[in-house]
Write a protein of this length. Structure first.
Length: 235
């Protein structure tokens, strides 16, 4: 599964590395970014699923990850955070992802877990949490979503190894579906808004300054013409 998503994972990381420096300057943008993955994770966790999905959940034995997203979003957005995320922040790519999960079969949903849970169970943890807490604009948030115990990484790998052993006939499909969900993940990452509030003010100020400069430049040229005309008349 990892081999099958490698190139797409690298592509997603590249987009993320370009966007994150801007997103990290504005708590609202960070809320918009993690809000997409709250919606996706909550949707997945609300689906009952069949034998395969239940096996994965029992093996991972981890608290629902949507709870961590919810805790951070409440701190970032305050009262009414969920309706704000669902009504105004959700992107078309996220909505498409949600609809695909609702129609997916049990095997495909296990691959969705691999993608959505893998990002935090492999890449999360206390070290990541501490690093994000140091970002000036995000210091007031506890970043509970990264609060994943050290044993989660090993348990994650063993869960999917056991899944393949228990359902060997589904190995190829698990790998292919992981690739498909990674493509969907990347579409969501691309769709996330990354223009901070101060950029709008900077553009507005720049446009205003350009307008003022243009006005005085044109005014100066006009006065120059008038002065030249008066000199001609005096002669």
């Amino acid at each position: 599964m990892m081999k099958n998503i490698h190139s797409r994972h690298e592509r997603g990381n590249s987009v993320g590395f370009l966007k994150l420096p801007l997103i990290f300057t504005d708590p609202k943008l960070w809320a918009g970014a993690i809000g997409q993955f709250y919606v996706l994770t909550k949707t997945l966790e609300d689906i009952e699923g069949g034998e395969m999905l239940q096996f994965v959940r029992r093996s991972l034995s981890h608290k629902p990850l949507a709870q961590g997203y919810a805790s951070d979003l409440q701190q970032l957005l305050g009262t009414g955070w969920e309706s704000e995320v669902m009504a105004t922040m959700q992107t078309d790519a996220t909505r498409e992802y949600v609809e695909k999960m609702k129609r997916a079969d049990d095997c495909s949903l296990c691959s969705a877990v691999f993608i959505l849970y893998g990002a935090l169970m492999i890449g999360g943890g206390k070290a990541t949490q501490r690093k994000v807490k140091k970002i000036p604009a995000l210091r007031h948030c506890d970043h509970v979503l990264f609060d994943v115990e050290m044993s989660a990484k090993a348990r994650f790998r063993s869960t999917f190894d056991a899944l393949a052993e228990k359902w060997p006939g589904e190995i190829d499909k698990l790998a292919q579906e992981a690739r498909n969900w990674m493509d969907m993940n990347n579409k969501v990452v691309i769709s996330v808004k990354c223009t901070p509030w101060w950029a709008y003010h900077a553009v507005t100020a720049a446009v205003g300054l350009a307008g003022v400069a243009g006005y005085f430049w044109l005014k100066g040229r006009g006065e120059g013409r008038v002065g030249h005309g008066l000199m001609v008349l005096n002669k």
